[in-house]
Structures are given as structure tokens and as C-alpha cells.
Design a protein. Structure first.
Length: 161
């Protein structure tokens, strides 16, 4: 029973981590977009700042939707291998973003511009930021479900001699 509870708690932590990663990637994408338009914090207009409260969660829905399958594979690999280092998650986020870019390139219209190096770098950067925030929220305890539910022996085992 304790093992089942450990699995459910870990699954909830993974879902929360995925939501945090999608929000962080969305925030990074919004900041990159505003910076490309010349928006700087010294020129903060209240309407532009207030619009981020709506646009970050809205764009996070799309980020979470398009990144779900490659991210699920990366999360599964990290849980099975028990990887807990930030670099693994940053590189996994970059791979997830690259898979998205490849899929978008294959199914795009003729007018859909995904070949600009700045756009590619921004999307891969969003994947890396999402991976790092996933590590911060859920990845540091990857593989912990394997140790949960195992009780330590109460008495020493026989030496066999």
C-alpha cells in the first residue's frame, strides 16, 4: 500500500513539474518575443506588463500541448535511469524543442518561417529553460519511487558461516 501511495505522489510531482516547466518556457518565449520588439524594463508600460499575466499561461497551454509526447519520453527515461543532474534536463529540454521544430518543419505551410536561426535558438532556449525548471521542481528527486516502500531490515542477516 505504501508503494502505491509513493507512485501516486511521484506522479503528482511529475505533473506539477511539467506545469512549472511549461510556464517557465512560456515566460522565456514571451520575454524573447518582447525583447525582439525592443521592449525593455525601463520602458515598462502598464498594459504590456499586465498582458503578460494572460499571455504566459495561454502560451503555456500550447507549449505543454506540443511538447507532451517528447517530454513524456524524456521524463520516463529520467525516472527509469534515476537521473538527477540539471544538465541532463537542460539537454533533454533542448532535444524536446528540437523534436518540436522538426515536426513543425515537416507539417508547415509554405509561409511558415521556422528557418530563421533566431527563432530556432529561441525555441531551443525555451526547451532548455523548461528542462531546468522541471529539474528544479521535480527532477531532483527522479527515481525516488524505487526506494519508497522498502523497509530496512530490523535485524542483521545471518553471515552464512
Amino acid at each position: 500500500m505504501t508503494r502505491l501511495v509513493a507512485y501516486l505522489i511521484r506522479f503528482a510531482v511529475i505533473l506539477i513539474g511539467y506545469v512549472v516547466a511549461a510556464l517557465a518556457a512560456s515566460a522565456f518565449l514571451n520575454i524573447m518575443f518582447l525583447a525582439s520588439l525592443g521592449y525593455t524594463p525601463e520602458h515598462a508600460h502598464p498594459t504590456a506588463t499586465a498582458s503578460l499575466y494572460f499571455s504566459i499561461p495561454f502560451v503555456a497551454l500550447f507549449v505543454a500541448y506540443f511538447a507532451f509526447m517528447p517530454a513524456a519520453i524524456a521524463i520516463l527515461v529520467s525516472e527509469i535511469l534515476g537521473r538527477r543532474d540539471w544538465l541532463f534536463y537542460a539537454l533533454a529540454g533542448a532535444v524536446v524543442a528540437a523534436v518540436f521544430l522538426g515536426f513543425a518543419y515537416q507539417t508547415a505551410d509554405a509561409n511558415f518561417e521556422m528557418t530563421d536561426p533566431r527563432v530556432v535558438a529561441a525555441v531551443i532556449g525555451c526547451g532548455m529553460v523548461g528542462g531546468i525548471f522541471y529539474w528544479l521542481s521535480a527532477g531532483r528527486s527522479a527515481g525516488s519511487w524505487r526506494q519508497a516502500g522498502r523497509s530496512a531490515p530490523t535485524s542483521p542477516r545471518r553471515s552464512g558461516s
